[in-house]
Write a protein that binds this ligand. Sequence first.
Ligand code: GLU
Length: 492
Amino acid sequence: MTVRTRIAPSPTGDPHVGTAYIALFNLCFARQHGGQFVLRIEDTDRQRSTPESEQMILDSLRWLGLDWDEGPDVGGPHGPYRQSERGDIYAEHAQQLLERGHAFKCYRTSEELDALRDERKAAGLHLALKPQDLALDPEEQRRREAEGYPYVIRMNVPSEGVCEVDDMLRGRIEVDWAQVDAQILMKSDGMPTYHLANVVDDHLMGITHVLRGEEWINSAPKHKLLYEYFGWSMPQLCHMPLLRNPDKSKLSKRKNPTSINYYRRMGFLPQAVTNYLGRMGWSMPDEREKFSLDDMMAHFDIQRVSLGGPVFDLDKLTWLNGVYIREDLDDAALLKALRDWAFNEAYIGQILPQIRPRISTLSDAMPLAGHFFAGLPDVREDSFADLDLERDTLVALLQFLVWRLETVTRWEKEELLAQVKLLAEHFELKMKAFLAPVFIAVTGSAHSTSVLDAMAILGSDMTRARLRHAIEVLGGVSKKQAKRLEKQYREL
Ligand code: GLU
């Protein structure tokens, strides 16, 4: 048997460090067994998936050196590797399940579903809805069918008993069937859900081992049942521990930058990031902290993964990155790293129009444009003192801007301007007054290049990181304040 593993990201946002972490372990597992590693794009959520996000995921994984043997960009014998291009395959498989009586068409409206859940809640029962709960009386079912009501296809699930799933790290996991609902497999728009598409693709793509995050454990019983319904053997499952913030909460962008773009933009070396991700719950047999991807592949053993939630600690990663710079980069390599990072024509070319109107001698350039080649600027609370704004207003303004910017998918000046205008109106401030604190937060000084252009050039991750940094410098947002701000923000 050839070992085949995969990473199956959904292109719905920034390329997440968690995706790279899972990709790394899948890659090492495949390589250690002389097998193959596949990249599949799970873009069945048509509303949230974007080609930009897909491209960023591919770029980031490649930047980290996590190369795949088959995927949407490199092709392969099991394509297409993008789920949005595999619609017919899922429709066919859903039809098979219907014909074999393993699935049923459900014409329930969302109001009816809410009412059914409320009833169960009131009776103190599990909220999982079973086929028998969802059944309409046959007459009504026929009527809705004849009238062409929208419907979804759901899978049949047992009501009682225990489902046993074997996990490579956790051993046998038991889940009560009572907790598992009649999962939707095909949505009313004809798109498959994650569960159907994932199982069908893992099978058709010959995946033998599924290493994925532990948040998917609850899906395992449904998947196991689907494999049985289709008469296929199931890949071995391995649920990896989730990455955590230093306070042990689930890694979230509120507490830690989670986008690989951020680390790249900040000037981390890909080999250091990959090495650090390899330390997440895993260690080399000799426990050394610094190792290359080749070392990791050569010594990989999945049984050395420990389940205690691995902490993704920015300080440790920064330390390791420094070790790489000092020990591994001679002058030529350091120069190359700097060039790849920001000292290149493409990047500097974007900055020239910003500085040309503002300099008299060439030696003015660096002081003016330094922030384009920096991480978080050295701002302090008193950097904002000259502005005629209360601390709370300042924090609210910056926080709202961060939230608005998180929703921007096309990171262009016009789009940023639209967000800023909207918020300036909300705060009843002239554009200039609204932008003043943003200017300081983003460029680190009150006099610099145009702030909207700077944001456009710096990119989403660095811009948001700088705004968040300014919020911290201003004393941060307490839990109570966050609640209040969130409420105000929703009313915007
Ligand atoms: N598309 C899922 C995700 O976004 C894949 C989960 C899995 O690996 O099964 O993580």
